[in-house]
Every structure is written in structure tokens, then in C-alpha cells.
Design a protein around this ligand. Structure first.
Ligand code: UD1
Ligand code: UDP
Length: 454
């Protein structure tokens, strides 16, 4: 199997690393690693490839920065060439960047199956470019690797067929667990910055909706200026560095003493700081997940998150970009020992550290089976069927008996439920069926007839 993995930005390298590692262990898998060129500075891409001991990308696409459309279009055009050159059996992308959307479109249009790692995350905030990307790519993917059941359900809500969804855990947990120990041995960042465990606040910031708006970015910087009680370590993303200067905010920070702006860090140094900070203030997706994995309190400078599991287990608090709220919440968390004790005892809902292996196994199986990738033809339609009968029949049995596909199961309250082939169909639920019209009508009739028997 020829597996092409494409990464465009820092977090994609980190989150694909466990998949690449797992793929490389398999003799039957040939990997082709491609850099989309979205992030091009060594400190945002190549340094992560080296640090995580990944193979050097076989190709880098000529992309670079630009508007949303420019960047997406460049990757779309460039990736078509590389896909035609290497003819992979399957392409894997990770996350929700412009890279993911562009590769998704190019791949599906060449009729090559696409696997989407970290599928189904939704913030339901259409103002974010990432929300658009992750929603659209779900329709390009043949295999959706949802990190959690909640993410899988989001896909089902949108009509993605369940046999295209696998709940695998998030590969960030693999990456984090694989590297935190190494970080502890290798990183000297605490000594270099003169920090003590629990004696500083870590900050990351780069979301368009925060740093590209002067009003919001200023509120956040003002909050940082107020939080004088501990040193605040701020490895700054290139987007934020650019905007900080454009909005004349850099001057405000200079001379505060407690805010330390540093260049983006390598993965091991960053992970080690995260593991040792008192609290992390962030708008990053990956950092919310890593904080929970390392049991570090996280305050998210956004009004929504596509990682609700982190909030629900009590590891993450959303505060938006309002100065007062950021300051008040941070001070509260710094004093709240109970919060930290509770956090230490929670089970990680994001995964068990084996997502990479699972994803590679599934890719292998699906490529061998080919069934997932057959183009569907015929006059297919959909029907919602209230289940009056079919008691004790499993999804598989019903599908085989009636030659239809079940694309969703809704409970009595109309909420979709996650299911697999062995799930037993219950009375009172609703099935969303897909198939040829005659088959659907026959199934409907059976449902009514069987009902008479009950
Ligand atoms: C991108 C992703 C975001 C992800 C983030 C990870 C999209 C829409 N956004 O945001 O989802 O969370 O990466 O960090 O895909 N720049 C450099 N050097 C680089 C790369 C970027 O200086 O190597 C600067 C450029 O000025 C560029 C700006 O950063 O205009 C933004 O880069 P871009 O890739 O467009 O978006 P990110 O904000 O990095
Ligand atoms: N990270 C890093 N160095 C830094 C800041 C972040 O290695 O200076 C890592 C962090 O551990 C996480 C990832 O980068 O795994 C998050 O990337 P980012 O916040 O840029 O993107 P997002 O996760 O929001 O898409």
C-alpha cells in the first residue's frame, strides 16, 4: 500500500508523527511524506520533522502565505501534480488547515481515497476558517478518523455515513505521551529561562479572530500586563508577531518585566514548559488537548471550542478575549488547588496513546477490502423510517436482509446515536436509510407487516 501523508503546518507534523511512525513499522506500507509549504520557516515546520525523527519530506509544494483563497488555491494546484506523480493508494491529512481542505479537494477529484485524521471536530463557529475547512473535508473523505465519539456524532449529524467513521482517539495523546519523557531528559528550557516548576504562566496565541483584530488582541495583551504575579512565557507565533507590531502592541509589552516574548519553541521544549507551568493561556487547539493529557489547567481565550470534552471533564475553561475575565479566571485557577486535584484524577477522554497504530491498521484493512472506496451508483434515495418492528435485528442483519444501508439511527428524542454493524435496532428509534427506491419501499412495508406480528 502506498500511503501519502501531507502536512502543512506545525501541529500537522506533530499530530501525523505517530501515524508516520506506525506506518513505517509495517513492511507492506510504503510512505510518501509531503510538506504542503503552508508553514515554511524551519521553526514552524522542518525543525519538528527533525526533532520527531520523521523522514524528510519527499516533496515540498510551492505554497507560502497568502489570503485564504490564494493559499488554498496554490495548494490545490500544486498537490494535483504530486498526486498524479506518486499515485498513492490512500492519502492522509490531519486537522483543519487550508492544507487539509486543498488536499482533500484535489484527492477526491482524482478518485483517490482520502483519510481525514481528527475528523468531526466542530466549534459551530463559521467565522473560523478552520470550521469551514473541517466541515468541507468531511465530504471529501472516505475514512474519517474521529478522535472521540462526540466527534463521530457531529459527522453523523451532518449525514456522513457511519461506515466511513472510525473512533480512534486523538494522535496528539500519542505524540504527547511519546515525547514528554524524552523532553524531560533532553530539554534545558527551564534552566535557560530560569523557571521553576509551577512558577510561571505559559501563553500561546495565533487565532485569526484574536490576533487579527486590534480590539481583541489589545484586550488580551492588557490582561497579560495585569497578570504580574508570575512570569508569563509567550513563545510567539509568526502571525501574532506580525500583528503585534502592526497594532503597536509590542511597545506595551516592552518594559513590563514579567512578560517574556520568545520565538516559537521546538516541540520538546514547549512540551516541557507546558508540563511544568502553573496554568496555560491559549487559543491553540493542540495545546488544549496537550494540557488535558498532561493534567495542566488550561484557560482558553476563545468563546467556543471544537474540543468540548476538555471543558466537560473540567480541565479547560473558556474565557473569550475579555481582559477582566481572563485576569479573574487566571487568578482563581492559580489559587484553586481543588481544581488541580480533580483534574489529576480524570481519565483522558481524548485517547489512550494508540491512535496512530489504529489508524494505520484501519487504512491497511480498508485498502485491502476496497469496498469502502467503490463508487456508489444507481438511483439512490433516502428515507426516515420510524421503527415499529425489527426488534432484535442488528444493523448488519437488516442491511443484508433488505439490501439497504442504515446511515443514521435517531433515538426517541430525535438525537443521533453512534452505532456499528452489531448494534441491535430498537423499537421507537428512527432509521435513516439509503438505497434504491424500491428497496426502501420494501423495507417500509416489512416494518409495517412485522409490526402486525408483534
Ligand atoms: C494556520 C492554520 C491554523 C493552525 C495554524 C497552526 C489555516 C486557515 N490556519 O494558521 O488552523 O492552527 O496554522 O500554527 O490553515 N508565517 C511565517 N512563517 C511561516 C508561516 C507563517 O512567518 O512559516 C506568517 C505569515 O506572515 C503568514 C502568517 O504567519 O501570513 C499566517 O500563516 P498561515 O499559514 O496563513 O496561518 P496560521 O495563522 O499559521
Ligand atoms: N507548539 C510548539 N512550540 C510552540 C508552540 C506550540 O511546539 O512554541 C506545539 C504545541 O505543543 C502543539 C502545537 O504546537 O502540539 C500547536 O500548534 P498551534 O497552536 O500552532 O496550532 P493548533 O493546534 O491551534 O492548530
Amino acid at each position: 500500500m502506498k500511503l501519502m501523508l501531507v502536512a502543512g503546518t506545525r501541529p500537522e507534523v506533530i499530530k501525523l508523527a505517530p501515524v508516520i511512525r506506525a506506518a513505517e513499522k509495517q513492511e507492506s506500507v510504503e510512505t510518501v511524506f509531503v510538506g504542503s509549504g503552508q508553514h515554511y520557516d524551519a521553526e514552524m515546520f522542518d525543525n519538528f520533522v527533525k526533532e520527531l525523527e520523521l523522514p524528510k519530506p519527499t516533496r515540498y509544494l510551492k505554497t507560502g502565505s497568502g489570503t485564504q483563497a490564494e493559499q488554498t488555491a496554490k495548494i490545490l494546484v500544486e498537490s494535483e501534480k504530486v498526486l498524479k506523480e506518486f499515485k498513492p493508494d490512500l492519502v492522509l491529512v490531519e486537522g483543519d488547515t487550508n492544507t487539509v481542505l486543498a488536499i482533500g479537494i484535489a484527492t477526491v477529484k482524482l478518485h483517490i481515497p482520502l483519510g481525514h485524521v481528527e475528523a468531526g471536530l466542530r466549534s459551530y463557529d463559521r467565522g473560523m476558517p478552520e470550521e469551514i475547512n473541517r466541515t468541507l473535508v468531511a465530504n471529501c473523505a472516505e475514512l474519517n478518523f474521529a478522535p472521540t465519539e462526540k466527534a463521530a456524532l457531529n459527522l453523523i449529524y451532518e449525514g456522513i455515513t457511519p461506515w466511513k467513521i472510525y473512533v480512534t482517539g486523538n494522535t496528539i495523546v500519542d505524540a504527547c505521551l511519546q515525547n514528554v519523557e524524552i523532553a524531560g531528559k533532553k530539554s534545558k528550557i527551564m534552566e535557560e529561562l530560569g523557571l521553576k516548576r509551577g512558577g510561571f504562566i505559559l501563553v500561546t496565541l495565533h487565532r485569526v479572530e484574536n490576533v487579527d483584530r486590534k480590539e481583541k488582541f489589545s484586550q488580551i495583551i492588557d490582561a497579560f500586563i495585569d497578570l504580574k504575579e508570575l512570569p508569563l512565557i509567550f513563545p510567539i507565533h509568526p502571525r501574532s508577531r506580525k500583528m503585534l507590531e502592526r497594532f503597536d502592541l509590542a511597545l506595551k509589552i516592552e518594559g513590563t518585566g514579567h512578560i517574556k516574548l520568545i520565538k516559537p519553541l521546538g516541540y520538546l521544549d514547549f512540551l516541557w514548559l507546558l508540563n511544568n507551568c502553573a496554568v496555560v493561556l491559549t487559543d491553540s487547539g493542540g495545546v488544549q488537548e496537550e494540557a488535558l493529557t498532561l493534567k495542566v489547567p488550561c484557560i482558553t481565550l476563545r468563546d467556543s471550542t471544537e474540543r468540548p470534552e476538555t471543558v466537560m471533564v473540567g480541565g479547560n475553561i473558556l474565557v473569550g478575549a475579555r481582559k477582566e475575565k481572563i485576569v479573574k479566571t487566571t487568578r482563581k485557577i492559580l489559587r484553586d488547588e481543588e481544581f488541580i486535584n480533580r483534574l489529576r484524577s480524570v481519565e483522558n477522554p481524548l485517547g489512550d496513546g494508540r491512535a496512530g497504530e489504529r489508524i494505520v491498521e484501519i487504512c491497511k484493512k480498508e485498502i485491502e477490502r476496497k469496498e469502502a472506496f467503490l463508487l456508489e451508483t444507481g438511483l439512490l434515495s433516502y428515507m426516515i423510517l420510524p421503527i415499529k418492528a425489527f426488534n432484535k435485528i442488528t444493523v448488519k442483519e437488516l442491511e443484508e436482509k433488505m439490501k439497504v444501508k442504515i446511515t443514521a439511527i435517531y433515538n426517541e428524542d430525535g438525537e443521533p446515536e453512534f452505532f456499528d454493524k452489531e448494534t441491535v435496532i430498537k423499537k421507537g428509534t428512527f432509521l435513516r436509510l439509503k438505497g434504491e427506491k424500491q428497496r426502501l419501499i420494501k423495507t417500509q412495508k416489512m416494518n409495517n407487516e412485522e409490526n402486525k406480528k408483534f
